[in-house]
Structures are given as structure tokens and as C-alpha cells.
Write a protein that binds this ligand. Structure first.
Ligand SMILES: *Cc1c(COP(=O)(O)O)cnc(C)c1O
Length: 424
């Protein structure tokens, strides 16, 4: 292992895409806004856990579109549901009823043990929806004075990119130059239930929290944290809102991560995998008396709850009802966690894992997360860095044990690639 400080690393390990791929990427950059820095791969086709690029090179997908592809690409049952609905009825708006939305709402409430659902499209919209419901509940049910409601959030949260949501982000990249910001939020350290209680006063309507912080690097709080926050919020008549957009729907080996810690929130926010990797589908599910504060005209969405989305969402619920995805995630997550632990010494300095979801800290003296992600592109594995030296692994939940070993073998080899690059 090299012992140079991070600042001594002058040459970056870079994956060299083929001339054709490089040309495609450069061309795209002329007309597409630069709000992402994608890996040098141009995908063309995918099936289950595999992705092929424009040159026919095959990759194991270990990112799964940030968990939007929990069931893999083109899951047959989900594609079938989408195609059937596409031929029948695609969009109505909520101006009339459609025959898909009711059954979807019924299935989803049953799956996540809540009373009512409000369907939206993207994750950020569902978070905004939950915030609006919590504020209205605070004024109409708890008796908070008008325009005074506060919501407690956690430092290093990620709940989306809208103006309301970035107002309580602690990430300067997400926030800077986008003000003025929306008031009414208090941020406290993640994983600290006493800090939550200390921040509660008569204006507090809700605590909004990720059961595991995904974008922050798969940060898993102490097991006692969410049960303690549940107890504190219940005692102070404050709503507990779990953002399960990334942690939910099988990712952590349970239907929801709150199930793993035995907590029942007042509202659960879902997105990403709820659309089965086919469409944007999100929803807020919650207690009847809380969801019930919203009356006709007070909130809505042209596309939210459309028949295509509802048909796919219902098929996703049916997949999860069998428990097979959750069980595979739990079982193979253990394998992945063990393999990662064995890589300490190869350049891995931290591992956080729950089900098939892992945050892997790379020794910053060896490489950035981006460099390892690029080395893995060369080795046929797609993953993504976050926050400097962290890499995340989140393969589709239907992978086989051999796939997990393949990804872990390639990670070992990628770390070795970078070690020998540094040595030369
Ligand atoms: C991705 C994500 C969101 C935002 O979802 P979008 O569909 O990108 O708007 C919100 N919360 C969490 C925890 C997420 O991971």
C-alpha cells in the first residue's frame, strides 16, 4: 500500500473509453446541460441485472438506477402489466376515476400497513406532498398557529432537488446560489434521538428522516435510533415521516427499512422502485386521520395516479407480497457484506451494509470513489461513487450469488489495478 497523502496523488486513474464512445459523450455534452457527471458508458439495452453499451460490452448493474431497478431491468411481470395497460388506457387525469388506481392504493396500503395513499410521480414530489400534509395536519389537527409549523430533519439528508427540499439540505452543492430558501425546518445530527427531542417545541409538526441515509453514503443509524425517535414523536404529538424512497421496497432485506427496526411511522414516502424501473411512480402512505386533512383542490398532479403508473405499481406490490425479493436481498446481502469486510487491507477502510445495499469507503490515500468506479467500468461492473471516497453497491435484488461474487472479485481486481497504477 502506498503511503502518499491524498494531495500527493497527482495523476488520476482514468478509464479510457473507446474513440466511438468518447465521441458520443462529447457530442451529447454540447446540447445537454451538465447537471451530472456520468461514467464513460453509453448504455443501449438491458435485461435483468445486465446492461449492454453501444459497442456490445456487457456490465453487471450494481447501481440499479439508485434502487429504481430493484427488480432488475425489464422484469417480465412488470413489463406485461405495463404493456397490457398501454393497450387499454394510459391517462385520464384525476378528473375521472380509473379502474387501476383503487386496486393499486388498496394493495400498497396493505403492503406497508398504512390506511391511505396519495399517488405522485417523482420522489421529490412525494416528499413535498408529505411536508404539505404534515403542515396542514399541524394547523388543523394539532392547533399550531398559522404559518409557524416547523419540521425536524437530519444533517446530511437527501430528499430530492426541489426548492422546498434543498432549503433544508446541508449539502452546499445542492443549495448554494439557489436561495432564498423556504423557512420552517430544523436540522439536527443524524442518529441522535436526544437531539430530535431537544429540537421539538409547540410548533413542531413532524420529523422527516431517511431510515438509512442513501446519498450520504449508506449511513446506518444505531438500531435504537428510530425506535427512540418513534417514542419521542408519539409522546410530543409529532408525526414521524420515513423517507423510504431509496431504502424501501426490498432493498434492505425487508419491505421497508422501518420493518427491520420495528417502527411504524405516521407517513411513509415511496418512489424509485415503486415504478418498477419503467415509469416514475411515487406515493405517500399514511394514517387516515393525517392523510385525511387534504381536501379536494388542495393538492394534486396531472400525472399522479395515472392508469399506467397504477398498473405497474400494483404489479410491483404483487411482486413484493411474495417476500422473495426481500429474502434474496437479505441472504445475498450477507455474502456481499462478508466479501467487502475481507477487502480491508486492499484499500477498503469502511463498510456499511444492509441487505443488497452497501457503502464502501476507499482509503482516500489510494483512490477516490470515482477512480474505483471507473476501474470497475473497465471490468464490467457499474457502480457509483458518492461524497469523495465512498462507493455504493446496490445491485437488483434478483441477482444470483455468483453475480455478487463476480462484482466483489472485480472490486478486488479494480483496487489492485489502481494500486499498480500508483506504483508506476
Ligand atoms: C432519490 C431520492 C429522493 C428523490 O427522488 P426523485 O425521484 O429523484 O425526485 C428522495 N429521497 C430519497 C431518500 C432518495 O433517495
Amino acid at each position: 500500500m502506498l503511503h502518499a497523502g491524498a494531495s500527493d496523488i497527482t495523476t488520476r486513474f482514468e478509464y479510457q473509453a473507446s474513440p466511438r464512445t468518447s465521441q458520443l459523450i462529447a457530442g451529447e455534452g454540447k446540447t445537454l446541460a451538465h447537471n451530472y457527471h456520468p461514467l464513460p458508458v453509453v448504455a443501449r439495452r438491458a435485461k435483468a441485472q445486465w446492461v449492454w453499451d453501444v459497442e456490445g460490452k456487457k456490465y453487471l448493474d450494481c447501481l440499479a438506477a439508485y434502487s429504481a431497478l430493484n427488480f432488475g431491468h425489464q422484469h417480465p411481470a412488470l413489463v406485461r402489466a405495463l404493456k397490457r395497460q398501454l393497450r387499454t388506457l394510459s391517462l385520464t387525469s384525476r378528473a375521472v376515476h380509473n379502474d387501476q388506481l383503487g386496486p393499486f392504493a388498496e394493495g400498497l396500503t396493505h403492503l406497508v400497513e398504512q390506511d391511505m395513499v396519495l399517488p405522485m410521480n417523482t420522489g421529490a414530489e412525494a416528499v413535498e406532498t408529505a411536508i404539505k400534509i404534515a403542515r396542514a395536519w399541524g394547523y388543523r389537527s394539532k392547533g399550531v398557529p398559522a404559518n409557524n409549523a416547523t419540521i425536524i430533519v437530519a444533517d446530511n439528508n437527501f430528499h430530492g432537488r426541489t426548492l422546498g427540499i434543498i432549503s433544508f439540505s446541508s449539502d452546499p452543492e445542492a443549495r448554494d446560489d439557489f436561495g432564498p430558501y423556504l423557512p420552517g425546518f430544523r436540522s439536527v445530527p443524524y442518529g441522535d434521538a436526544a437531539a430530535v427531542e431537544a429540537a421539538i417545541d409547540d410548533t413542531t409538526v413532524a420529523v422527516l428522516v431517511e431510515p438509512i441515509q442513501g446519498e450520504a453514503g449508506i449511513v446506518i443509524p444505531p438500531a435504537s435510533y428510530l425506535p427512540a425517535v418513534r417514542e419521542v414523536t408519539a409522546r410530543h404529538n409529532v408525526l414521524l415521516i420515513a423517507d423510504e424512497i431509496q431504502s424501501g421496497l426490498g432493498r434492505t432485506g425487508a419491505t421497508l427499512q422501518v420493518n427491520n427496526v420495528g417502527v411504524h411511522p405516521d407517513m411513509v414516502i415511496m418512489g424509485k422502485a415503486l415504478g418498477g424501473g419503467l415509469l416514475p411512480v411515487s406515493a405517500v402512505a399514511g394514517r387516515a386521520d393525517v392523510m385525511g386533512v387534504i381536501a379536494p383542490g388542495q393538492h394534486g398532479s396531472t400525472f399522479g395516479g395515472n392508469p399506467l403508473a397504477a398498473a405497474v405499481g400494483k404489479a410491483v406490490v404483487e411482486l413484493l407480497q411474495t417476500g422473495r425479493m426481500q429474502a434474496n436481498s437479505k441472504k445475498l446481502g450477507v455474502v456481499m457484506g462478508q466479501r467487502l469486510e475481507q477487502m480491508r487491507g486492499l484499500g477498503v477502510v469502511g463498510v456499511r451494509q444492509e441487505g443488497l445495499w452497501a457503502g464502501v469507503d476507499i482509503d482516500p490515500e489510494l483512490a477516490t470513489g470515482r477512480e474505483v468506479a471507473e476501474a470497475l467500468v473497465g471490468r464490467g461492473v457499474l457502480t457509483k461513487d458518492t461524497h469523495g471516497s465512498t462507493l455504493r453497491f446496490a445491485p437488483p435484488l434478483m441477482v444470483k450469488e455468483a453475480d455478487v461474487h463476480f462484482a466483489m472479485d472485480q472490486l478486488e481486481l479494480a483496487l489492485q489495478d489502481i494500486q499498480s497504477f500508483r506504483a508506476n
